[in-house]
Design a protein around this ligand. Structure first.
Ligand code: TLP
Length: 345
């Protein structure tokens, strides 16, 4: 049976050029700072994001955790969006391992924080209060259907945080999807942001890794935290080599994934029983609900037909387009959804 795997862009396999780069990579011990390929990736990433320095980590989760533990001491507070990946999908890591308190601020359907809410959530200097150490945003926003925040969106939050001396971090696991969707150079998108991470292993199709970017001082401190977390890797150039190819060859093509996601969303929204406003689909994530059938049962029917999906909480179904998914695949997936909704329970 043919499988159309729309669970995530994390399932993408490395390109042939990545496999060759991995095989040919110059290597050294990165814990000694001696892996030339890791250094090259970190320099490329810092330049691309317009930051002073960068640090490769094993995963997006490790980048987020490293950042929170770098900015926050025990008992400090991190302001995070109510639907953020940090809150929902990281096993409470910074809280468990670093004693960091998450102060959740409502984020709207686009994943945007209201600057006024952020302003009032930032703690004053009172004996009883936990200090606010960082404000976190997410772009694109996973649980908000891949919506892409603009430079102005991020600036509006950064302005209120900076006015109170609080740094801003962006979980930019899919920041290149945002840059492509907004037709904005990624460095402009994050110009007001103190630290930002992006994934190599999602839409960019590298097998492993994430890169954290920020000021030189922040990255020195983050490197120490990464080491503490067991994230110092030795001949990590085999990971970085694929990451370099990802940055060189895989960013512009994200537009194809976005176009396929629009085709998918339009097709789905025309099916009776599907609740989806296709105009909200800005990048490669499509989230929808179904009527007249339990979401879990619906997903099981699709899986039987070879279409794999994930749930996005509260009975919502998530599909992602990516390097391994063609236009024909999304058209076929739409037909399978029609069929799955027609079967009487
Ligand atoms: N997210 C995964 C799952 O939702 C857990 C996915 O398939 O989308 N930030 C954001 C915004 C993410 O979407 C993810 C992965 C991460 C961080 C974590 O990255 P990894 O999986 O590399 O730890």
């Amino acid at each position: 049976m043919k499988i159309i795997d729309l669970r995530s862009d994390t399932i993408t396999l490395p390109t042939e050029a990545m496999r060759q780069a991995i095989a040919a990579a110059d290597l050294g011990d990165d814990v000694y700072g001696e892996d030339p390929t890791v250094k090259r990736l970190e320099e490329m990433a810092a330049a691309l994001l317009g930051k002073e320095a960068a640090l490769m980590t094993a995963s997006g989760t490790m980048s987020n955790l490293t950042t929170l533990l770098t900015f926050c001491g025990r008992g400090d507070e991190a302001i995070v969006g109510s639907e953020s990946h940090i809150v929902h999908y990281e096993a409470g890591g910074a809280s468990a391992l670093g004693g960091v308190a998450y102060r959740t601020v409502f984020n709207d359907k686009r994943g945007m924080l209201d600057p006024e809410d952020v302003e009032s959530a930032i703690r004053g200097n009172r004996l009883h209060f936990p200090p606010t150490a960082v404000v976190c945003m997410e772009n694109t926003h996973n649980r908000c259907g891949g919506s892409a925040l603009t430079t102005e969106d991020m600036r509006s939050v950064a302005n209120v945080a900076h006015a109170r001396g609080v740094p801003v971090y962006v979980d930019g696991a899919r920041i290149f999807n945002a840059a492509v969707a907004r037709n904005t150079p990624v460095a402009s998108l994050v110009e007001d942001i103190d630290a930002v991470s992006f994934s190599l292993c999602k839409g960019l199709a590298a097998p492993v890794g994430s890169v954290l970017c920020g000021s030189a001082d922040f990255i020195v401190r983050a490197r120490k935290i990464r080491q503490m977390l067991g994230g110092g890797m030795r001949q990590a150039g085999i990971i970085a080599a694929a990451g370099i190819v990802a940055l060189e060859t895989m960013i512009d093509r994200l537009a194809e994934d976005h176009a396929n996601a629009r085709v998918l969303a339009n097709g789905l929204s025309n099916i009776p029983g599907v609740i989806l406003d296709p105009s909200t689909v800005e990048t490669n994530i499509v989230i929808f609900e179904v009527q007249g059938i339990d979401a879990v049962e619906f997903q099981a029917r699709l899986a039987e037909a070879g279409v794999l999906t994930t749930d996005s909480g509260a009975g919502r179904i998530r599909m992602l387009t990516h390097y391994g998914i063609s236009r024909a695949d999304v058209e076929e997936a739409v037909e399978h959804v029609k069929a799955a909704l027609q079967v009487k329970a």
